[in-house]
Design a protein around this ligand. Structure first.
Ligand code: ZN
Length: 264
């Protein structure tokens, strides 16, 4: 029991290092193309900011669609995990030990990961790392964590992340979610310009749902993800483009192939 309290205290101490810095966002002027996002397939991204920060989101870099032979990053400054499912926690613990990265996730998921430097947070929280302010926002999904053999542990809520990059985009990674009405609140509060949205269906929204999400988010660019990894995830970027047209949404579909680096 004492060990549990000590661990909770450590986690809280780690979280105290997190400093909201809304001021940083004020007056920042976007410079197109200086932020780079490499898609590793599925929901896995490695984002490099103009200030030199390297951030991995849902780093399952060994997923079936990961680019063959690509060199994995040797240094990650931060790892953001949207929820506890294996296809999102991915190789986070491996990268944590390899590059001493800071992990950020739901408080409960942090307690289940085998690391002692995990920043446990929750929806509504924000933190700043160099030139990026990150906000944790809701997602409509589940978040059990386990090895698939025994019942999963409670991983807290599933979440999305909004990355407000100084001199760059406001990038929303939705994690796994269905479309939900409060995406319009995400738009109102954080003004995302680019959204990475799941479109595969089955576990998340499909292309029609993602088109509606794009409308609510008011983003200029939508990047489809979480499709094609498994047969059940059968939504396609073409279906998304068609659904956007039907919704009279003019956002551009930025389609990436695993291994592509997008300049945002
Ligand atoms: Zn998933």
């Amino acid at each position: 029991m004492r060990a549990t309290f000590a661990r909770a205290a450590l986690l809280l101490l780690a979280t105290r290092a997190v400093v909201p810095a809304a001021e940083k966002e004020k007056g920042s002027k976007a410079e197109a193309g200086k932020t780079k996002a490499t898609w590793w397939g599925h929901a896995a991204w490695v984002v490099k900011t103009p200030g030199g920060e390297t951030i991995a989101i849902d780093p399952w870099l060994t997923n079936p669609k990961a680019p063959a032979g690509a060199t994995q990053p040797t240094q990650l400054d931060a790892i953001l995990i949207t929820h506890g499912h294996f296809d999102h926690v991915g190789d986070a613990v491996f990268f944590y030990y390899r590059s001493c990265s800071e992990i950020y996730s739901a408080f409960e998921l942090c307690t289940l990961l085998a690391t002692d430097k995990c920043n446990g947070m929750n929806m509504g929280g924000s933190f700043t790392i160099k030139d990026v302010t990150v906000h944790l926002v809701p997602a409509m999904h589940s978040s059990g964590f386990g090895d698939g053999k025994s019942p999963p542990g409670y991983g807290g809520p599933a979440m999305g992340y909004v990355l407000s990059v100084e001199k760059g985009p406001v990038l929303y990674h939705a994690g796994d979610t269905d479309v939900f009405g409060d995406m319009s609140l995400i738009a109102e509060r954080y003004h995302p310009t680019v959204a990475m949205l799941p479109i595969g269906g089955h576990f998340t929204m499909d292309p029609v749902g993602a088109a509606l999400a794009t409308k609510l988010l008011k983003v200029k660019t939508v990047i489809p993800m979480h499709f094609g990894t498994f047969p059940a995830l059968d939504g396609t970027p073409e279906q998304l483009a068609k659904a956007l047209k039907a919704e009279h949404v003019s956002a551009k579909v930025e389609e990436a192939k695993p291994g592509d680096t997008l300049k945002l």
